[in-house]
Design a protein. Structure first.
Length: 134
């Protein structure tokens, strides 16, 4: 399977790839900056609260799963972890995006290193505390 598009396309394709025949390979080609720096990385696929997504999700999972929500809005209602075989990023695609899309992706691209640094910092502190306490 091939996911050519933004985060929604990648999530939907990844979810279908993870459930069809207990998982088939797929390749992701993100076309938005946000998808390039976030949603195409990590293998987390999901289907959100949109009614059309929910109908599609119910084709692949049991109906009782579709009736549960982990938040009132139903975010990440149905999903799986299924890494793509490859993620192909063509930065020339960024030239086709409107300014608003570039701003959305830029904000997250700048926040990612801070988030990773914060997690690593906490882990290092925990390790040092364990070493100190024996």
């Amino acid at each position: 399977m091939l996911a050519l598009g933004g985060g929604v396309v990648g999530d939907l394709t990844g979810f279908v790839a993870s459930t069809y025949m207990r998982g088939v390979p797929f390749i992701q080609v993100p076309t938005t900056l946000l998808a390039m720096v976030d949603s195409s990385i990590g293998g987390k696929t999901g289907i959100g609260p949109s009614p059309s997504h929910l109908v599609l999700a119910c084709l692949f999972v049991s109906a009782d799963c579709c009736s549960r929500t982990d938040t009132p809005a139903g975010k990440n209602l149905v999903g799986a972890f299924h890494n793509p075989l490859a993620v192909v990023v063509d930065i020339e695609l960024l030239n086709t995006l409107p300014r608003r899309e570039l701003c959305n992706g830029s904000a997250l691209a700048l926040a990612q290193p801070v988030r990773v640094y914060s997690i690593l910092h906490r882990l290092l502190l925990l390790l040092l505390l364990r070493l100190q306490n024996g």
